[in-house]
Design a protein around this ligand. Structure first.
Ligand SMILES: *Cc1c(COP(=O)(O)O)cnc(C)c1O
Length: 412
């Protein structure tokens, strides 16, 4: 007899499919300059987090291969057993310097980092017996996972996205009931590309003696002086970041005080019981850290933001909702999952990989194409993309209908 759980899985999948929310894995072959081969066609990828093109950077590839030659393919043990090499320490000290903090600890992925560091911070041995975490509503799934894994003594409240009045209200209402309060936000939001009001967050955390934890996945490498992100010169207690976005590799880190890093080394299960970051990744990351301040990469950073600006203003001229994007992430908010999938297909038919993002990654009714630009995108390809969007909007097509919500007839 089929177990109930297995039957429920079939129903779950059927339901997803019915609502245009089914996820399937497609195959891409990456090519240089942010191109990809899909189903034998060479396409332009504007849904990659390889913002600065480090994945195919010649010196980065050489450094990565060199590290494999020297250290082997894998670390083959956790850091505390026998998997910690000089290269881990070198990368950690460069990251700490970039972020202007005392110390750094590497993790294997950003998801692992957020989902295990937050519970470690809530450990009753260091936090109070009742902890309040207040987070932005749009935080990444890994942060939410960390909060939910933190234990029954942890309460969680969410403030409306970037709404400091709402955060202040929550703090005023609940702060006196908790001795430990942690505020969590991202500096650049992954699905909206907008920035957190860091100075206001810092003011509020100081007023209420809270700890401030900021995820810099999408700002590190790309924004701030030499790509240091947006927190290096600010009073943020704990900075988290990933090496999987602009660093084109894998891995993540926490930077903060030496005591914090020593504590996580001793108390963070995600660090203690997981294999150390691999030599291939370390070699690449180490080289990228050296390249970040160079003129070549500075030019790429400027180019990236200039392209994002052009795309954003073009979308806004067409009265398309781009949220409050101020970065290389430019959402084109469409609404329903069904319509967003049609746009994705339209882009694909015209040689662009521009991926639909649907609930639960984004709120209901907030389905969108998330453009994640890269510095290698050619001017004429950007022009072509904007032209395609205009054509999609001005044709009396289903695409037009999907945004204006008036005419549902006709198929592009
Ligand atoms: C991608 C991402 C993560 C997870 O990082 P991985 O290294 O991909 O596991 C965490 N936080 C944010 C904001 C992200 O965008």
């Amino acid at each position: 007899m089929t177990h109930e759980l297995i039957t429920n899985i079939s129903n779950f999948l059927a339901d997803k499919k019915k609502n245009n929310l089914l996820r399937t894995i497609k195959e891409y072959i990456p090519l240089e300059n942010s191109h990809v081969k899909v189903e034998h066609n060479k396409m332009i990828n504007i849904s990659s987090n390889d913002y600065l093109g480090f994945s195919f950077h010649e010196e980065v590839i050489q450094a990565s291969m060199h590290a494999i030659g020297k250290y082997g393919v894998g670390a083959c043990a956790s850091r505390l057993v026998s998997g910690s090499f000089d290269l881990h320490k070198i990368v950690e000290s460069k990251l700490a310097r970039l972020k202007n903090r005392q110390a750094c600890l590497l993790f294997s992925t950003g998801f692992q980092c957020n989902s295990t560091v937050i519970p470690a911070l809530c450990n009753p041995k260091i936090a109070s017996k009742s902890v309040l975490i207040i987070s932005d509503k749009l935080i990444h799934a890994s942060i939410l996972h960390g909060i939910q894994a933190s234990g029954k003594h942890v309460s969680h409240k969410r403030y409306n996205h970037n709404d400091m009045t709402h955060l202040a209200r929550i703090l005023e209402k609940y702060a006196q009931d908790f001795t430990t309060i942690i505020i969590i936000s991202e500096s650049v939001f992954s699905m909206d590309g907008d920035l957190a009001p860091l100075d206001e967050l810092i003011k509020l955390k100081n007023t209420h003696k809270a700890l401030l934890y900021i995820d810099e996945a999408h700002s590190t490498g790309v924004l701030g002086e030499n790509g240091a992100g947006l927190c290096h010169n600010k009073d943020v207690d704990i900075i988290m970041g990933t090496l999987s976005k602009a660093f084109s590799s894998m891995g993540a880190y926490i930077v903060g005080s030496q005591a914090l890093i020593d504590y996580l080394t001793n108390a963070n299960t995600g660090f203690i019981y997981s294999t150390a970051l691999s030599p291939a990744m370390l070699g690449a990351i180490n080289k990228i850290l050296d390249l970040l301040p160079t003129a070549e990469i500075q030019k790429r950073r400027e180019n990236l933001q200039a392209k994002a600006h052009i795309l954003r203003t073009s979308l806004q001229d067409l009265e398309i909702n781009t949220s409050n994007s101020q970065s290389q992430i430019v959402p084109m908010i469409i609404g329903t999952a069904e319509d967003t999938l049609k746009w994705q297909e339209y882009f694909k038919n015209n040689n662009f990989i521009a991926t639909a993002i649907r609930p639960p990654t984004v709120p209901q009714g907030g389905s969108r194409i998330r453009f994640a630009l890269n510095s290698a995108l050619k001017d004429q390809d950007l022009e072509e993309l904007i032209h395609l969007i205009k054509a999609g909007m001005t044709n009396t097509s289903i695409i037009n209908a999907s945004i204006t919500n008036t005419n549902k007839k006709g198929i592009l």
